[in-house]
Design a protein around this ligand. Structure first.
Ligand code: FAD
Length: 137
């Protein structure tokens, strides 16, 4: 068994609404707990940024399923690393909505001050997500 962290970003489909996000979180918490996958999902400025941690096979399977989900487009892998410990072990899937994400935090981790996770390094994306979870603990 190998412990893996995958971080990816994507863009929401135009028609996505609050109920869709609620459904995504319901599926995530149900499925991830079963597969011992932990992580965090944030949504801001039309972008998703998600970290998935867990067994390599389960994370790969889940990522492939998520990448084919029609509720978002352009999945873009930012980080895929073997890790020795989890960063989000208490979250089956923590969620951070737009309203909890400050401009200062975006500026701290982004080269442009704009929330476009595809411009973030792997370290910045992880640092950003860790900082975000502190706002919802
Ligand atoms: P169910 O939990 O049975 O589905 C519940 C309901 O969700 C369905 O009745 C339907 O209303 C809706 N739904 C499910 N799939 C779709 C779809 N493709 N298009 C439209 N509506 C749908 N899944 C996880 O398990 N873990 C995650 O961490 C995770 N993160 C995600 C992040 C993002 C940004 C997105 C877009 C999706 C994510 N998903 C995640 C959802 C994933 O893509 C699959 O939809 C889900 O895993 C299917 O689970 P299930 O078969 O148990 O469906």
């Amino acid at each position: 068994m190998r412990l893996i962290r995958a971080i990816y970003a994507s863009t929401k489909m135009d028609a996505l609404n609050k109920d869709d996000i609620e459904n995504i979180l319901l599926s995530s918490r149900k499925n991830n707990a079963r597969a011992q996958i932990t992580g965090v999902l944030c949504f801001s400025h039309n972008h998703f940024l998600q970290c998935l941690e867990g067994d390599r096979t389960f994370v790969n399977d889940l990522y492939n399923r998520i990448a084919g989900d029609k509720r978002h487009v352009n999945p873009f892998i930012i980080d895929y690393t073997e890790i020795s410990e989890r960063s989000f072990s208490s979250w089956a899937m923590g969620f951070v909505p737009d309203t909890e994400i400050s401009r200062e935090l975006i500026l701290k981790y982004s080269p442009t001050g704009r929330f476009d996770p595809t411009e973030m390094s792997a370290a910045s994306a992880l640092g950003f997500l860790k900082a975000l979870t502190k706002t919802i603990e």
